[in-house]
Design a protein around this ligand. Structure first.
Ligand SMILES: [Fe+2]
Ligand SMILES: [Fe+2]
Length: 151
């Protein structure tokens, strides 16, 4: 692994993404009100731990290939869908999660392509993370179907 600056940069982007997701999922799993929100709050609260573990796995890999894990001053939040101000807007939350998971899948696909033939361990990690995000995506698309039918 000689020049892996590009791969380190991509991993740092993914790390940034995962921490922003943790922040928004904590907010959404706490802010929502109402009976209809209960299942979504539970699902998001459980996902917080999983997304945090994604961030930790990315941090380990950044270190492993010679990079530095960024501190808070180097992180950039705000590009992902924000928790709605209306605390009963369950559908808004679900749609935001779907867009967030789509962004994660795109990012991991980019890293999988960029590492092909160059860094199989990073590629393998990102394939595993992609599988997790695809699962989240399908789950929340299912929720959207149900919530839109009932509303
Ligand atoms: Fe994730
Ligand atoms: Fe996810």
């Amino acid at each position: 692994m000689s020049d892996n600056t590009e791969i380190i940069g991509l991993l740092q982007r993914a790390y940034n993404h995962e921490l922003e997701v943790v922040t928004n999922f904590i907010a959404n799993s706490t802010n929502l009100d109402g009976i209809r929100a209960e299942e979504i709050k539970k699902a998001l609260a459980a996902d917080v731990a999983e997304e945090l573990s994604h961030a930790q796995q990315l941090a380990n890999r950044i270190k492993q290939i010679g990079g530095l894990v960024p501190g808070s001053g180097e992180l950039n939040f705000g590009s992902l869908p924000q928790p709605p101000k209306d605390t009963c807007d369950v559908i808004g939350v679900i749609k935001g999660v779907i867009d967030t998971e789509i962004a994660a899948c795109k990012l991991y696909n980019t890293i999988i392509k960029a590492t092909d033939g160059i860094d199989y361990v990073t590629q393998d990690l990102c394939i595993t993370l992609l599988a997790d995000e695809e699962e989240h995506l399908v789950l929340f698309r299912g929720y959207l179907k149900e919530y839109e039918r009932d509303s």
